[in-house]
Structures are given as C-alpha cells and as structure tokens.
Design a protein around this ligand. Structure first.
Ligand code: ATP
Length: 220
C-alpha cells in the first residue's frame, strides 16, 4: 500500500485524534502526534513514532516542526473551533499537501472546505448515523454515507432474499442499489455474478441511492 510510506501528522490528541494516530501507527506509518497540552503528550509518548508539544495556532511553531514536509496532516482539535480553523488555515498557507480536518457541524465543515481542507470529517455525526441505522434495522452492520444521496451499507441477508439469485432478487431495479460484494464466512465474493444465490448468513454489501438503501434495510 503506497500510503504507508507517507508521513502523517495528527494535531490534537482528544479521543478522535488519538484513535487516528494509533491506527496509523499500527498500520506501519510514521506518525507525528502534536498537542498543546503537556499532560496529553506525556500519556502518549509510547504509542506513536514522535510526539511533540506545540500550539499549532502559532505559525512559527508549525514552521519549526517542518510541517510542510508532511504528506497528510489531520486536524483533530475538537472543542476550540477557532484553533481548529486557524490551524487549518496556517497549514494551507504553509503548503501542506493534504489536510484532513474534523468538523463539529455542517457550518464549521463548510468553512474548513472554503479555507482549503482537502477532506472534512464528522466523526460524531457519522458514528451517530451508523448506530441509528443499526438500531432501526438489526440487519445493518455498517452504514456509510458517501454523499447525501449515496450510501454504502453492509447488511445480513434478509430471510426474504435467501435462496434467490442476485438476478432474481432484482435489487437494482427495485431499490436502485448494486451488490458490490458478498461476505460468506471467510470468503469474499467481489463482484458477485448475477447467478450467485444468496445464502443464510451471507453479508451483502450494497452501494446505492440512500433512499433505496433505507428501503432495503427494512426487509426482513
Ligand atoms: P474528542 O471528541 O476527539 O475527544 P474533543 O472534541 O474533545 O475531541 P478537544 O479535547 O477539545 O477535542 O481537543 C483535542 C486536543 O486538541 C486536546 O488535547 C487539546 O489539547 C488539543 N488542542 C487544542 N488546541 C490546540 C492547539 N492550538 N494546538 C495544539 N493542540 C491543541
């Protein structure tokens, strides 16, 4: 995987930032973790490649860290929106190639996109959506909204579909969704052919219109 060789920096070691930094580290990436708070830094020292204390709203501190040499910088500062926005702006100004910024709400997200964040993430909103979909339909294992109209969903095959082939189930016509993969135990069938029969316990992964995906979730 070519991203492994990239240099990552994560700013703000709250729960989200910590999780991103640790996950990247476990994936074998080089990660610099940055936080203004000395205590957070102390707790962290063992887990990622490098940890430094710095206030990232200070341009000189960012320059001293050589932040522009990092391929991807994740702004995970949460509560302090001003610090989050200012940091993103400075990173952009300094020429960081790819900035991922965490937004608290839609307006904040819009602002981050306007000032040049390459990717805006909404961890609380996304997790809330996943949990809600899982609560409404017990078949739903994963739900990811790619855009307001397009989603990916992973569901346990509803009983009503078991025994039918994908062609017979005709989900594309009925729900405007495509089955992109079937997980069957250890086996992953990608892409499944039209004559593939749906079996009990299959996990179906769909991509399609959010409207259609919702209807599909209601199948039993
Ligand atoms: P989570 O929900 O992920 O736990 P949060 O929304 O509670 O995060 P905060 O705790 O507000 O996020 O911020 C995350 C971290 O960002 C904190 O550890 C804080 O010290 C750090 N932080 C805040 N401002 C700055 C700054 N200007 N420079 C560097 N780090 C900062």
């Amino acid at each position: 995987m070519k991203n492994k060789n990239k240099q990552f920096a994560v700013i703000g070691l709250g729960r989200f930032g910590t999780s991103v930094a640790n996950a990247l580290y476990k994936l074998g990436c080089e990660v610099l973790a940055i936080d203004a708070d000395e205590e957070r830094i102390q707790k962290f020292s063992e887990e990622v490649t490098h940890v430094v204390q710095a206030d990232t709203t200070d341009e000189n501190s960012l320059k001293a860290l050589g932040i522009r040499n990092f391929d991807v910088v994740v702004v995970a500062i949460g509560e302090d929106i001003q610090a989050n926005v200012l940091t993103t702006l400075l990173l952009k100004d300094l020429g960081v190639k790819y900035i991922v910024a965490k937004a608290r709400n839609e307006l904040h997200g819009k602002m981050l996109s306007k000032i040049g964040a390459d990717r805006v993430v909404y961890p609380e909103r996304d997790m809330g959506q996943r949990v809600a979909h899982n609560l409404v339909s017990t078949n739903v294992l994963e739900f990811i909204e790619l855009s307001p109209n397009l989603s990916i969903v992973e569901i346990t095959a509803p009983k009503s579909l078991v025994g039918q082939s994908l062609a017979e189930a005709n989900l594309r016509a009925k729900y405007e969704v495509n089955v992109v993969a079937i997980k069957r135990g250890e086996e992953l069938i990608v892409p499944p052919l039209p004559d593939e029969k749906i079996k009990t316990g299959d996990i179906l992964i769909f991509v399609g219109q959010t409207k259609g995906v919702r209807k599909l979730e209601e199948l039993e």
